[in-house]
Design a protein around this ligand. Structure first.
Ligand SMILES: NC(=O)c1ccc[n+]([C@@H]2O[C@H](COP(=O)([O-])OP(=O)(O)OC[C@H]3O[C@@H](n4cnc5c(N)ncnc54)[C@H](OP(=O)(O)O)[C@@H]3O)[C@@H](O)[C@H]2O)c1
Length: 245
């Protein structure tokens, strides 16, 4: 990756205070972007922004709870003032543990998960779009998961079939569709909209059950940010390249 490739650009990462979102933010700063550290807890956003600045990058905190319309609206006002080139929809929750069969899933968990992972993602995209569309090279990257792939879920023997997580998997399948529909709407413009599976990564979400690091998970996300204006849109990527929906 070319250092300085994103010089002069502004990026927003949601859920940037920890895990993969923090690693994506650090990676974007290394590429030269000014990174808005979206987090729902102000001190958490400030801590990450200060750490990036201390290592020579550009970053500022931005309070943003994707499930709160007022929070997203006030973040969008600040983003409109500063401009925006890159939006990474990383914030998500996973309330269940493997396996969570559909027949026994909690409706409350399903509703809460869809609210953050799907409605929250759409809410943030809609709020930031007018500013993104002013950019010469606008990018949206939505964090998905192999658990959201219908192809994997219907492949006998696949771990994704054997270990269902009905609310989380359904939410990521919906994020995939959201990605395709926004990509289709804007396919004649420079806006590129793609989904990325970071793969299994050791973060608070996986509670030590994965071996790869947040930096490993951030890598395919940064690749999707760096796609050219005439590059792919409406695609699903992982570290090994394009993967099936
Ligand atoms: N880890 C993996 O193996 C893996 C695999 C595939 C896909 N993914 C995806 O990668 C992304 C990052 O996952 P991760 O493992 O880094 O998770 P994580 O450590 O649990 O971090 C999730 C982030 O989302 C934030 N968040 C949750 N609800 C929010 C809300 N309402 N508004 C704003 N921010 C909110 C959290 O903020 P708080 O600290 O305030 O809670 C936190 O910063 C997610 O989209 C996840 O689904 C992860």
């Amino acid at each position: 990756m070319v250092q300085g490739a994103l010089a002069g650009q502004t990026a927003l990462v949601t859920g940037a205070n920890r895990g993969i979102g923090r690693a994506i933010s650090e990676g974007l700063a290394l590429l030269g972007a000014t990174v808005l550290i979206g987090a729902r807890v102000p001190d958490a956003a400030t801590e990450v922004a200060e750490a990036i600045r201390a290592s020579g990058g550009k970053a500022d905190p931005l309070v943003l709870d994707v499930s709160e319309p007022d929070s997203v609206a006030s973040a969008a006002k600040e983003v409109a003032r500063r401009g925006l080139d890159v939006l990474v929809n990383n914030a998500a929750i996973k309330l269940e543990h493997h396996p969570s069969p559909p027949s026994r899933a909690s409706l409350a968990d399903i509703q809460a998960t869809l609210d953050v992972n799907v409605v929250g993602t759409i809410r943030v995209i809609q709020a930031m779009l007018p500013t993104l569309l002013r950019s010469d090279r606008p990018r949206i990257v939505n964090l998905s998961s192999g658990l959201g792939s219908l192809a994997y879920a219907t492949t006998p023997g696949s771990p994704y079939r054997e270990r269902p997580l009905v609310s989380y998997s359904t939410s990521k399948a919906a994020v995939n569709m959201v990605t395709v529909l926004f990509a289709n709407e804007f396919c004649a413009t420079p806006l590129r909209v793609n989904a990325v599976d970071p793969g299994p990564v050791n973060t608070p979400m996986t509670q030590g059950k994965a071996l790869r690091t947040p930096v490993d998970g951030a890598r395919p996300v940064l690749d999707a940010v760096l796609i050219a204006n005439d590059g792919p849109t409406g695609c699903f990527f992982a570290e090994r390249g394009e993967v099936p929906w």
